[in-house]
Design a protein around this ligand. Structure first.
Ligand code: NAD
Length: 469
């Protein structure tokens, strides 16, 4: 087994050789990544089932197929996106040509979480390879089967382009002591701070994909049965262990009562009368998270579900009616608990949302144009979706990322290419004619006049506005 330092050194050597820059290399890597996902689909699906009880179809939708589609999208558009973009040249600098080019950063470190252990490691990988970098992948130790599958197959299909370093905090700490050209981290706040501090030592740029509480607001103008089905799907997919899952629902009491009934029906329709017997329903990742979720449920009021089994790590889809101050409203739930929280109306909902950290996603179920506009104009979140949770991830043209405490930076599609590239400004100015002579010292009255009118005009002072005293 190679050491952490050797893996990084190999990635640096390959990048340094220059082979990663041509379009052909990048397309070849994206093709190999897709080939791996198609040819090893079974092995990856089995690993995801072992780690999280993921159904094969869900694994295909949210992990294996998701990355395949992302790689194909990058392959399709890469050549066009890499074309230099001209910039207009002001008169003072003419004659000259100016343009920008996307250039690779170097060696990228991708650190992944356990909840979508394949997607959240390989989707950034696709972007980093498209940008012409080499990559060191650090899968989560809490999804050991997926980590092992990645360590087995990635080096075979992406030899030289990507290295896999398995392990937990000690291995990550060692990785973070080494200088990278970019660090892409998906996970929680505590580890994010460790990553950011370590990156500061090397002044390495960082993308942080974090979590938090993503609210959903529902009003009476929407179809509650359809809204409930979508909310239940978004919340209970992967047994609630989804960063963009609706974390809690805000609605007026007259909406919450029928919505609760519809949610119960929706849960039954998705997972049958007993989710423990449903092959479509996932499992909690480990004992620690199971105990954390049990404590959250036990310290609140369960109105539906709550059944669980520590041996099989099954935790039923659970609806809560929390009291103010319940622990479940104080932290990201990241499990199959859905609190239903009464508010007096949309203004109170907006106040509550704005009182907390900026969410990764905000979901509004309403047919009322004013209400939609109010949420759009008066809140901030990584993403805002009307009438559906989570599927914004599947639109490659939308940047995926948080804001404030839910993260910094974004990726997917062209946004990935830009995240993992440096947009280099390039300027070419012929030595003849020597127009710069006009701005060289020694300065004269004529040069002053030219500079003041053409090169750096003084302009007119803005008129004082009504509030400028
Ligand atoms: P985590 O922060 O515990 O772990 C993420 C990675 O960091 C793992 O690879 C782990 O080995 C490493 N790590 C953990 N502690 C470390 C430390 N002290 N020093 C160095 N490395 C360390 O996160 P998790 O529990 O795997 O994932 C859950 C969190 O991730 C949730 O908050 C969730 O919302 C968030 N998340 C965000 C997204 C997104 O795309 N925005 C997606 C999935 C999960």
């Amino acid at each position: 087994m190679q050491t952490v330092a050797a893996a990084v050194a190999r990635a640096r050597e390959v990048f340094g050789s220059g082979t990663t820059r041509p379009l052909a290399w990048r397309l070849e890597q994206l093709g190999s990544l897709r080939r791996m996902l198609v040819q090893r689909r079974r092995e990856f699906a089995e690993a995801l089932a072992s780690d999280l009880g993921k159904h094969e179809t869900e694994a295909q939708l949210t992990e294996i197929g998701f990355v395949t589609a992302e790689a194909a999208h990058l392959e399709k558009h890469l050549e066009a996106w890499l074309r230099p973009r001209p910039a207009s040249v002001p008169l003072a600098v003419q004659p000259a040509k100016a343009w920008t080019e996307l250039t690779p950063l170097g060696v990228v470190l991708v650190i992944g979480p356990w909840n979508y252990p394949l997607q959240l490691l390989l989707a950034p990988l696709a972007g980093a390879l498209a940008a012409g970098n080499t990559v060191v992948l650090k899968p989560s130790e809490h999804a050991p089967a997926t980590s092992a599958a990645l360590a087995r197959w990635v080096p075979e299909y992406l030899q030289g382009a990507a290295e896999v370093v398995e392990g937990g905090i000690p291995e990550t700490t060692e990785l973070l002591s080494i200088r990278f050209d970019h660090i892409f981290f998906t996970g929680g706040e505590v580890a994010a701070k460790v990553v950011l501090r370590a990156a500061a030592e090397h002044l390495t740029p960082v993308t942080l994909e974090l979590g938090g509480k993503s609210p959903a607001y529902v009003d009476a103008s929407t179809d509650l049965a359809k809204a409930a089905k979508r909310l239940a799907w978004g919340r209970f997919m992967n047994a609630g262990q989804t960063c963009v899952a609706p974390d809690y629902i805000l609605a007026t009491e007259d909406v919450l009562v029928p919505l609760e009934r519809e949610l119960v029906k929706a849960i039954g329709a998705l997972f049958g009368p007993d989710s423990a017997r449903s092959a479509c329903y996932g499992r909690i990742v480990n004992d620690r998270h199971f105990d954390r979720l049990a404590a959250l449920a036990d310290s609140s009021t369960v109105v539906h579900g709550g059944e669980r089994d520590a041996d099989s790590l099954h935790f039923a889809p659970t609806l809560l009616r929390p009291a103010p101050g319940d622990a479940v409203m104080g932290e990201e739930i990241f499990g199959p608990l859905l609190p239903l929280v009464p508010v007096s109306g949309r203004d109170e909902a907006i106040r509550m949302i704005n009182a907390g950290a900026k969410p990764l996603a905000l979901y509004v179920f309403s047919n009322d144009a004013d209400t939609r506009r109010a949420f759009a104009e008066q809140t901030s979140s990584g993403a805002l979706c009307f009438d559906v949770p989570a599927v914004h991830l599947m639109v490659p043209g939308l940047p995926f990322g948080g804001v404030g405490r839910s993260g910094m930076g974004a990726y997917h599609g062209e946004h990935s290419l830009r995240t993992f590239s440096h947009e280099r400004s390039t300027l070419a100015k012929p030595l003849w004619p020597e127009t710069l002579a006009l701005i060289y010292p020694p300065y004269t009255k004529t040069k002053h006049r030219i500079i003041s009118t053409l090169v750096a005009p003084a302009g007119k002072a803005p008129a004082p506005g009504p509030d400028r005293s």
